[in-house]
Design a protein around this ligand. Structure first.
Ligand code: BDR
Ligand code: CA
Length: 325
């Protein structure tokens, strides 16, 4: 498989933290160029600290740049009920020795992308509100030629989690989502239609927590926190939403995709942040249907693939530590 270069824009966040582990587990297939952070599940200060600590814990030697501290035009909406006050439930990681970049994430991304050789393109994976990405595309449209695609977790063709019809990342900053949707950059939307099928079950989480494998333990604790502190506890399983865009890049065969045209409700009414997916092919020219949306997933394969990745990364870290002793 061709190695894909990616940038991860995220707001860790329990499931963002698991997504980062999954990316680290696959560093031979996904070359992570940078992590950028955005206010979302918690303040940008907290999620940046988390990103730095997680990257070091997972053995990722990549720059981390802190991004937008508020949405485009609105006040932040955090999600402590799912991710805890720190953003990482009750997990406490060793403090990273690395600091965040001096530059703001949007400027950092512009510099990184415009510095690429002619014809080179990277994939942006976004697992938080789309504020940084929208800002980047607005301020520096010339970077578009270096973006292969934006694969993001957010939205839904049907049903929401914050409101009956809106998903958290899009609800938080609908204006940013609209900028991204209208940017002309190829898009892949990984919304609740599939992420609600991409879960870990309570028994699997307990096993991870009891395994003695450092990455499985951490990710088990993170998933367990979100499971027990949200309405997921009644389901007995919790969605690991943010792993989906990364797994889609590595195993597209796990998912069913459809093409669509994306828009978003930017009103303040009850449907604020609802993604509008127009599937009416008979109304549009083929090239207008320019976004892909994941519509179905094989949940069992998702679980197997994720759990394997977490154990492998943990073993690698353990071996490295032992070698260093
Ligand atoms: C999304 O919202 C956040 O709380 C999660 O990290 C995920 O990105 C799910 O709606
Ligand atoms: Ca997230």
């Amino acid at each position: 498989m061709e190695k894909r270069e990616i940038i991860l824009d995220c707001d860790p966040g329990t499931d963002d933290a698991i997504a980062l582990a999954y990316a680290a587990a696959h560093k031979d297939e996904l070359e992570l160029l940078a992590i950028t952070t955005v206010c979302g599940n918690q303040s940008v200060e907290k999620v940046t600290r988390n990103a730095l600590n997680l990257a070091e814990f997972y053995g990722l030697d990549v720059p981390v740049a802190k991004g937008m501290d508020t949405p485009f035009t609105r006040e932040p909406v955090y999600a402590p009920e799912v991710h805890g006050e720190t953003g990482l439930g009750q997990s406490v990681l060793p403090a990273a020795s690395r600091q965040a970049e001096q530059e703001h994430a949007v400027l950092f991304l512009n510099r990184l992308l415009t510095g690429l050789p002619e014809g080179k393109k990277v994939t942006i994976v976004a697992t938080g509100p789309l504020t940084n990405i929208a800002m980047l595309l607005k301020l520096f449209p010339q970077v578009k030629k270096h973006i292969r695609e934006i694969v993001f977790m957010g939205g839904a063709a049907m049903g929401g989690n914050v409101t009956p019809s809106a998903e958290f990342n899009i609800y938080t900053d609908p204006e940013a989502a609209r900028v991204v949707f209208r940017s002309g950059v190829p898009l892949v939307m990984c919304g609740l239609d599939v992420t609600l099928k991409c879960t870990l079950k309570r028994q699997q989480i307990i096993k991870l927590c009891q395994s003695g494998n450092p990455v499985a333990n951490l990710c088990g604790d993170l998933a367990g926190y979100s499971l027990e502190n949200s309405s997921s506890k009644y389901r007995g399983e919790v969605s690991i939403h943010d792993v989906v865009p990364l797994m889609y890049l590595l195993h597209p065969d796990i998912f069913k995709v459809q093409c669509t045209i994306l828009d978003v409700d930017c009103s303040d009414g009850p449907s604020r942040g609802t993604t509008l997916c127009d599937f009416r092919w008979w109304e549009h020219e083929e090239e207008e249907m320019d976004a892909w949306i994941l519509m179905d997933a094989d949940g069992a394969r998702f679980q197997e693939e994720l759990i394997t990745g977490l154990y492998e990364l943990g073993e690698r870290i353990k071996n490295k530590k032992e070698e260093g002793m």
